[in-house]
Design a binder for this molecule. Structure first.
Ligand code: FAD
Length: 414
């Protein structure tokens, strides 16, 4: 039995899925991510980028539809299987896994509030796509609003005095979109569709938002230059600008009446997945450190034979294994209820990404100076993990949100 099989409930199908995802992560994602990490941001979305080949191969294997139900042509994985597969992909590259996840975002969200036209025009073509050319993004962060946008039911969320940078105004059978989203929209340099979270009713503050699926070929849409950044350089990002963009009203899949609740459901999903990504990257760093410690000799014996190194490896291993159990439990629980417990997802995001960062940092410590060089992957893993503590919400702010929820929801016991 391998440690990764601690969960004894893995079926034959689960094991095959896990193995297929691991092979893809090892043979395609790692080399692609490694190459993109060394490119400029501009090159990473240029014609010679390995990103396009990666996307084509991922779509051929249906990895773009991990989050979409099979009734619409998605892989139709159970929540447990989603966690299993996403951990393996994140082992290969967190940045590229995020790219695949956001590619599915418009279809994933639309599948939660299915309407005939949207199924036909958005979800089915995406699931049928095999060349990687139809891909979405999740546009929520604004230049003036990062954390502001991720705190549904928090007092400031419904403050009408806090203006939004991106709005959708109803106009007959259309919504007219104006404004911009921040430079942090993953996949925005090449996405064909955005799941745009923007303000519709300013009297309600951020709570008066809506979700509009915006085809990004429409007149009035433009994009910023891809962003140069410290980590996850294999997840290209840029701004999206909207200048009187007219979108058919049917593409507004959630309006202000349901926005806050839908945002909370969305965040329960995205934050627990950040925990799953943390398991994948943490495991990658642990394995690198373990292998290196077996070969490097100091003071006459392999590092692995020194007790302090053994203790370090134990702590790294513990963090990965504990977070795996927590993220799987939270994801399965939240996917099997109509009222997800966001606080459990937030535990996975806040502690998962923190632990992933600590594990990657310890891996560098075990490598010594060698770990600081670009010759070894632990240096990249460390930078990628650092970005995760801000990505999808800064850990500090999400901890505040979780505290707020726990205080509200924890049952009184006398
Ligand atoms: C790799 C990566 C991928 C991303 N992908 C996407 C994407 O696909 N789509 C998208 O829309 N966005 C994306 N983002 C943006 C991300 O969601 C935001 O960066 C995040 O929500 C934080 O917002 P901010 O950067 O504006 O920081 P701010 O909100 O400005 O926060 C700055 C600092 O202030 C602190 N702070 C803020 N408010 C409070 C408060 N109330 N109390 C105490 N402290 C506070 C924060 O903790 C933080 O330390 C991505 C970011 C990264 C790094």
């Amino acid at each position: 039995m391998s440690y990764l099989d601690l969960d004894l409930n893995l079926s034959k199908e689960d094991r095959m899925l896990k193995e297929a995802a691991h092979e893809f992560a090892r043979d395609v994602m790692r080399p692609t991510a490694w190459e993109m990490d060394r490119m400029t941001a501009e090159e990473s979305v240029g014609p010679n980028s390995p990103l396009w080949d990666f996307k084509k191969k991922a779509y051929e294997l249906d990895f773009h539809t991990i989050l979409v139900p099979d009734s619409y042509g998605g892989m139709g994985l159970s929540p447990f299987q989603q966690a299993l597969v996403i951990e393996e992909l994140a082992w290969g590259s967190v940045g590229l896994t995020v790219d695949l996840a956001v590619a599915a975002f418009p279809s994933f969200l639309a599948s939660m509030v299915p309407e005939e036209d949207i199924i036909e025009e958005i979800i089915l073509p995406f699931c049928d796509c095999k060349d990687g050319k139809i891909c979405g993004c999740w546009a929520i962060t604004e230049p003036m609003h990062g954390s502001d946008t991720l705190l549904p039911f928090y007092p400031s969320f419904s403050d009408p005095a806090i203006p939004a940078d991106c709005t959708a105004a109803p106009d007959g059978d259309f919504y007219v979109i104006n404004g911009q989203k921040a430079a942090w929209v993953s996949g925005a340099p090449y996405a064909t569709h955005a799941a745009l979270f923007c303000q519709i009713d300013s009297k309600m503050g951020h709570a008066g938002g809506g979700i509009v699926i915006v085809p990004l070929h429409l007149p009035g849409v433009s994009r910023g230059a891809p962003l140069e950044k410290l980590g996850q350089r294999d997840d290209p990002q840029s701004e999206l600008y909207f200048d009187n963009v007219r979108v058919p009203a049917k593409y507004c899949i959630v309006g202000p009446d349901a926005y806050e609740a839908m945002l909370e459901i969305t965040l329960s999903f995205t934050t627990v997945l950040m925990g799953v990504l943390s398991v994948g990257i943490g495991r990658a760093a642990f394995e690198e450190a373990l292998n290196y410690a077996k070969t490097r000799v100091q003071c006459g014996k392999a590092l692995i034979e020194h007790q302090d190194v053994q203790k370090k490896l134990f702590n790294m291993f513990s963090k990965v294994e504990m977070m795996r159990q927590m993220t799987r439990a939270a994801h399965v629980f939240n996917q099997n209820t109509s009222t997800p417990a966001e606080e459990y997802s937030l535990i996975c995001k806040v502690h998962g990404t923190q632990w992933a960062f600590e594990v990657c940092s310890e891996a560098i410590q075990i490598f010594g100076a060698t770990g600081l060089t670009k010759e070894y992957i632990v240096e990249k893993l460390f930078r990628d993990a650092r970005a995760m503590m801000i990505e999808d919400g800064s850990n500090d702010v999400l901890a505040i949100a979780a505290g707020h929820k726990i205080i509200e929801n924890y049952p009184r016991r006398d």
